[in-house]
Write a protein that binds this ligand. Sequence first.
Ligand SMILES: *[C@@H]1O[C@H](CO)[C@@H](O)[C@H](O)[C@H]1NC(C)=O
Ligand SMILES: *[C@@H]1O[C@H](CO)[C@@H](O)[C@H](O)[C@H]1NC(C)=O
Ligand SMILES: *[C@@H]1O[C@H](CO)[C@@H](O)[C@H](O)[C@H]1NC(C)=O
Ligand SMILES: *[C@@H]1O[C@H](CO)[C@@H](O)[C@H](O)[C@H]1NC(C)=O
Ligand SMILES: *[C@@H]1O[C@H](CO)[C@@H](O)[C@H](O)[C@H]1NC(C)=O
Ligand SMILES: *[C@@H]1O[C@H](CO)[C@@H](O)[C@H](O)[C@H]1NC(C)=O
Ligand SMILES: *[C@@H]1O[C@H](CO)[C@@H](O)[C@H](O)[C@H]1NC(C)=O
Ligand SMILES: *[C@@H]1O[C@H](CO)[C@@H](O)[C@H](O)[C@H]1NC(C)=O
Ligand SMILES: *[C@@H]1O[C@H](CO)[C@@H](O)[C@H](O)[C@H]1NC(C)=O
Length: 539
Amino acid sequence: MLNFFLLPLALIPAVFCATAEQWRGRSIYQVIVDRYALPSGASTTSCDPGDQTWCGGTWNTIRENLDYIENAGFTAIWISPVSQNYEGPRTVYGDAYHGYWIADVTQLNDRFGSADDLKALSDELHRRGMYLMVDVVVNDVMATSTTPDLSTYYFKDESQYHPYCPIDWSNTTSEEDCWLGDTNVPLADLNTTNPSVVEGYTSWITPLVQQFNIDGLRIDAAKHVDKPFWPVFCGAAGVYCIGEVFDDNPANVAIYQGSDALDATLNYPMYGALVNAFAIPGQQNMSALTDMIALNKQLFKDTGLLGNFLEDQDVPRWGNLSVDVQSLYNAMIFTFMSDGIPIVYYGQEQGFHGASDPWNREPLWTSGYANSTAYQLVTTLNQFRNFLVNGTSGWLNSSMEVLTTTNIGIGIMKGDVVTILTNIGSPPQNSSVAVYTPWSRNTALTNILTCQQWQVGSNGTIEMQYTKGGEPAIFAPNTLLPGSGLCGFSSSVNLKSGSGSAQGAAASSAITGLKRPSTLMSAFVLLVLMLFGLFGTVA
Ligand SMILES: *[C@@H]1O[C@H](CO)[C@@H](O)[C@H](O)[C@H]1NC(C)=O
Ligand SMILES: *[C@@H]1O[C@H](CO)[C@@H](O)[C@H](O)[C@H]1NC(C)=O
Ligand SMILES: *[C@@H]1O[C@H](CO)[C@@H](O)[C@H](O)[C@H]1NC(C)=O
Ligand SMILES: *[C@@H]1O[C@H](CO)[C@@H](O)[C@H](O)[C@H]1NC(C)=O
Ligand SMILES: *[C@@H]1O[C@H](CO)[C@@H](O)[C@H](O)[C@H]1NC(C)=O
Ligand SMILES: *[C@@H]1O[C@H](CO)[C@@H](O)[C@H](O)[C@H]1NC(C)=O
Ligand SMILES: *[C@@H]1O[C@H](CO)[C@@H](O)[C@H](O)[C@H]1NC(C)=O
Ligand SMILES: *[C@@H]1O[C@H](CO)[C@@H](O)[C@H](O)[C@H]1NC(C)=O
Ligand SMILES: *[C@@H]1O[C@H](CO)[C@@H](O)[C@H](O)[C@H]1NC(C)=O
């Protein structure tokens, strides 16, 4: 096998590194390496997340099981950190199975494979037209005391660290300079204003990105590092950087997006609003969502680059917060059809329902990688979004608008697509949401989730009736859909040929079975009659 590491750097093609602009249209599947898949033939050993130890997943087992991710239409994966982790005696929080307890950032974690294995994963992703995002931790290293032996780390000098102090969460300087973790597992905080630390990190990240053709970085604990560090570090990486700023106040998060900080952040404020709006039981506060949409537009420089999510390794599974599957479906659709890059945390598509760390890090193999209802929904959403990104113009860069909001529902429009969501859950209700669209009366629409045909009513109205339960709906004019491969519309055969690594991703959109369009619903005729009755005049 060709050993890439013997090649001079200049011969390694750099075409794979992807910019923020190239990530805008992507859709990301997030994986904890240890928990995604077992080696083929391995007995399905027990993997109790409560044990907080390794279960056997590797970079190779991800590579061997990429069909499951690609078939669902994802165009990128985000993997947990690849750096060497703590290997000492078990701590009160178990072992470093998750990858976030950095020992030497410059060494690969041999628990998860060799350099060749990581390169093979990267190559295979690129062969499929998919991107690789790697999680990086630079804020801290893992320790077992507040006076660790620094000689074991990449940075060995005391002056390269902040002196130990516990974080005062009401003090920004303290959040940056004091140590995350606790006295059981203190996370020794690097002084990222020290030039030797900046130089050490940049001279690590540049060759890492190049050697493994990494397309993007997810930055752990970004708000615990001084902001001026980020343009330098991400400039050295040369790829899209999306940071974790774990805070539900958009004013505190938005300051981390821009040329003075990062390309983007994970959208924790929107996550909080989605929980407030959709979780059952919960606040059921739709205006929390409408308000957050407005604040996002006002505060962030580019909402289209933010990461939209419902779950990750640090928050409880959606199914632990909300017991009704329709709440999952409605909220998940928001993450795909609004501004921003959708991110699905492995297992979300299988309805996992563990609580927060460590219960939200279940092994995926217990699901049997089933073609579940949620997996099929994700597949349809990716197929549709990938089509909107590449098969239409204007959708990706358009800014979402709220058309209508009520106590139980919201209608949003992005490009020429209207999404109507509700928080009532599965039980049927005698309630409805009327959404006023800019579409003219009688415009022929398809609900791409059911393939039902609709027509716009008087005054541009679409009225959702919830007599069969609170199902979400995504409407597109039939004139938009040829080439989508959805609901009996043709699939595009003339995929744009890509520059660089990425051509072929759109081909995955043809994988799902085509649904036949249903005939014009008689229910719809009733709807039109009802609208005439309700609204009287014809616009
Ligand atoms: C904030 O935290 C820093 C770092 O620990 C400390 O030096 C400073 O005194 C704190 N400021 C206040 C107002 O407590
Ligand atoms: C961090 O390092 C810089 C540069 O070496 C130094 O000026 C500063 O005092 C250090 N900060 C802390 C809190 O130790
Ligand atoms: C709903 O959320 C908004 C924040 O956007 C808040 O101002 C309002 O008080 C909340 N309503 C209820 C009933 O909790
Ligand atoms: C939430 O997670 C905990 C621990 O995993 C579990 O005991 C509990 O049943 C879960 N709740 C729901 C609603 O799934
Ligand atoms: C989207 O907007 C960005 C700037 O915000 C621009 O660089 C890019 O070319 C636009 N893409 C399309 C497809 O118009
Ligand atoms: C549903 O609500 C409408 C209008 O409020 C009412 O006329 C109708 O009887 C209700 N139907 C049921 C089944 O409750
Ligand atoms: C027509 O739509 C507008 C919003 O576009 C709405 O404010 C108005 O109430 C609607 N008129 C009727 C008669 O429903
Ligand atoms: C869109 O087309 C570009 C250029 O061919 C390609 O790189 C990318 O993978 C496609 N994106 C999607 C989401 O299919
Ligand atoms: C999942 O099931 C749906 C509906 O039966 C089918 O169309 C689709 O091809 C299946 N997907 C996979 C990957 O088997």
